[in-house]
Ligand binder design. Structure first.
Ligand SMILES: [Zn+2]
Ligand SMILES: [Zn+2]
Length: 249
């Protein structure tokens, strides 16, 4: 009886071993099978810096430019200056700093800063901080730069040169805090709410001795204690475009 029991266990072990082997063998072809059904990347064509080809009010000559696809902004740090487009939505846990000459097409994607901690300096709480030259555009709809949840920082904190041709900056405590030179040719700065500090505009804050030239685009529906649309302590030249804001009562 004892021998029979032992033999039974041995057969059971072999059977379970075959079963495990069978499962693994079954899984191996399932992986490449899954990739066959993965959604193909949307094509991105070369396009002008204005993104949608309006070429109006934006002080540039029409020029087809080629753009390199990136999955994350950190790829720009390793590749340096150039033209890039997002191949997917990007989430940031800390500010992304632009130190080169970068043109970025959002390609309809989101750059979202998720709040993890409050930085000691305001620029640490921004989504993007510009030290070099940064040009923002979007050749599709709905590309956006924003905070998720509590909007405790600026969308773009500019200490260098910022050119905006297209895209949206929304849900930050200030759309663009400009302590450099900011030229806006298009796009939208909307839905930014500043309720805490006076040195922010909801839409755009222009620091002393710095310049904001608005040639086009829309600054709308921003809220702040001072200057909901544009809070100007430097130079604000409005050549075209539109601004309106909510007034805090
Ligand atoms: Zn153009
Ligand atoms: Zn594009």
């Amino acid at each position: 009886m004892i021998r029979k029991k032992r033999m039974g266990k041995g057969i059971a072990k072999i059977l379970s071993g075959l079963l495990v082997f069978g499962m693994v063998a079954g899984l191996v072809p399932a992986v490449p099978g899954g990739t066959v059904h993965a959604k193909a990347a949307e094509p991105h064509t070369s396009h002008c810096v204005c993104g949608k080809g309006e070429h109006t009010n934006n002080g540039h000559d029409y020029k087809e430019e080629t753009w390199t696809g990136i999955n994350n902004l950190s790829e720009i740090n390793s590749q340096g200056s150039g033209n890039y487009y997002l191949t997917q939505d990007v989430k940031l846990e800390e500010v992304w700093s632009c130190r080169n000459d970068v043109k970025l097409c959002l390609n309809g994607h989101k750059i979202t800063r998720e709040i993890k901690s409050d930085g000691r300096f305001p620029y640490e709480n921004a989504v993007i901080c510009i030290y070099g030259t940064f040009t923002l555009t979007d050749c599709k709809e709905n590309g956006i730069i924003k905070h998720e949840g509590e909007n405790t920082g600026a969308g773009v904190y500019n200490i260098g040169n910022f050119f905006m041709y297209n895209g949206m900056i929304s849900n930050n405590n200030c759309g663009v805090k400009n302590a450099g030179d900011f030229n806006m040719y298009g796009g939208t700065i909307s839905g930014n709410i500043n309720e805490k500090t006076s040195d922010y505009g909801g839409g755009v804050y222009v620091d002393a001795q710095h310049t904001f030239n608005m040639y086009g685009g829309t600054i709308s529906g921003n809220t702040a204690g001072y200057g909901g649309g544009v809070n100007n302590k430097g130079t604000f030249n409005m050549y075209d475009g539109s601004t309106w804001s909510y007034v805090k009562i």
